[in-house]
Design a protein around this ligand. Structure first.
Ligand code: PLP
Length: 427
């Protein structure tokens, strides 16, 4: 495989070197993150304990993986949530992109139909599931030229993303590029693999670097920004030139409100050549299947084959009833269209209410969020909303450049969205 091949070859340092690499990476991280880590480590028992154990003392020579990671962002706004929940009309929680509409009966029936099957599922998924994915990609997103063997089902795409750099064999010498304002799990994936990481939206920011992996996310969480065909083509050309793997997270591709969102595998983008390209698709949003944990990754047959090989050894098979549910969901566009229209209506109500309350909405031409600002620190806006019983997500969760925004999700019932609009209008 051109370029990408060496990412998967012989990059596995010994245990001591791995520890050194982790320490080195701590030192390379930005000052703010380091301070956060220091605070965190003070709260933790020593990561590496040496010496003679006292009676009953637990001796651990391991490094705590959690110490490599930032504080879980949602825990940090627990008090704001409490305040918003004290509103007499109850909490309107627009902080998380979690579906609220019941799973379609067609999908539930498919799940039930295999509920009695006792055997292990295969890691690669049933042929029916992979064929359904190939057909859905062609019907819904004009993605052609995918062989069913180049589809790999996954237990949720969050899980895939958090493990992807490691799964691809990346380590301390490798650079993972993520969007400037990004879904936090891309960073988590880089931290868990111990790679270097850079936030960049433009290729010129990369200078002479030859990243190992670039994460794209169009339409974006949190900004709702859609990358145009020219931008995507440039990334593909760059990736081909430097042998970079591009992982395009496309979980909001089916939720486009203005303009047209394209897959990295769209022939208009990649000219039908999937080498070093991966598209990550989730059924959590388009089919409201977040609770089922259902997604798949598709693209370069060689990369998919490599990941399949590793996962056959390590497990993470998608449960068979979920595979059956996914097959049904991918085979039916009607429930997906109904869900899209629910979100479109909620978006309209919220968009008008936010504009009326003096918010500016940036990007947000697709996806499940309104990326909103009042031209002040996002935490101030978060408080302003909490006073009205509305909980949003502060923009800094997604990177320093998000600090003046809040992310407002469309994932609440019609009744809660109407309540939010009324409160925003001052009634
Ligand atoms: C950009 C992005 N990628 C991936 C995911 C994960 O989706 P899931 O793990 O439910 O497939 C989310 C969920 O919010 C997301 O916003």
């Amino acid at each position: 495989m051109p370029g990408g091949g060496d990412l998967l070859r012989g990059r596995h340092p010994g245990p001591v070197e791995r520890l050194r690499q982790r320490e080195r990476r701590f030192l390379q991280r930005p000052r703010l993150a380091r301070r956060r880590d220091e605070g965190r480590r003070r709260r933790l028992r020593p990561a590496v304990h040496q010496g003679t154990p006292a009676d009953g003392e637990r001796v651990s020579r391991r490094t705590r993986v959690s110490a490599l990671l930032p504080d879980f962002p949602w825990d940090t706004i627990a008090s704001v949530k409490e305040r918003a929940a004290a509103h007499p009309g109850g909490l309107v929680d627009l902080s998380v992109g979690t579906p609220v509409d019941p799973v379609d009966p067609l999908i539930r029936t498919a799940l039930n139909a295999v509920a009695a099957v006792p055997g292990y599922p295969t890691t690669h998924g049933t042929p029916e599931l992979r064929a359904a994915a190939v057909d859905a990609l062609a019907r819904r997103y004009r993605i052609t030229g995918v062989h069913p063997s180049a589809v790999l089902p996954v237990i949720g795409t969050k899980e895939l993303i958090a493990g992807l750099p490691r799964l691809l064999g990346l380590g301390a010498d490798d650079l993972v590029v993520i969007p400037e304002v990004a879904y936090p799990t891309y960073e988590v994936g880089a931290l868990l693999a111990g790679t270097r990481m850079l936030r960049a939206d433009g290729l010129t920011q990369l200078g002479p670097e030859r990243p190992a992996l670039i994460f794209l996310n169009s339409p974006s969480n949190p900004t709702g920004r859609v990358l145009g065909v020219d931008h995507l083509r440039k990334v593909v050309a760059f990736a081909r030139e430097r042998g970079v793997i591009v992982a395009s997270d496309e979980c909001y591709l089916g939720l486009s409100w203005e303009g047209r969102a394209l897959s990295i595998l769209d022939p208009e983008v990649c000219d039908g050549d999937h080498t070093n390209l991966l598209a990550i698709h989730s059924l959590s949003k388009t089919s409201s299947l977040a609770s089922y944990r259902a997604g798949f990754v598709v693209g370069d047959p060689e990369l998919i084959g490599e990941m399949l090989e590793v996962r056959k050894h390590s497990g993470m098979m998608v449960p068979l009833p979920i595979q059956a549910a996914m097959t049904a969901a991918l085979g039916d566009d009607e429930h997906e269209a109904r869900q899209r229209e629910r979100y479109r209506a909620r978006r309209e109500v919220l968009r008008k209410a936010l504009a009326g309350a003096g918010f500016r909405i940036d990007h947000s031409e697709a996806g499940l969020y309104l990326w909103s600002t009042r031209g002040e620190p996002g935490l101030t806006t978060l408080d302003w909303l909490a006073d009205r019983g509305i909980l949003a997500a502060p923009g800094h969760f997604y990177g320093p450049q998000g600090a003046e925004h809040v992310r407002i999700a469309l994932t609440a019932s019609d009744e809660r969205i109407a309540a939010a609009a009324e409160r925003l209008s001052g009634n």
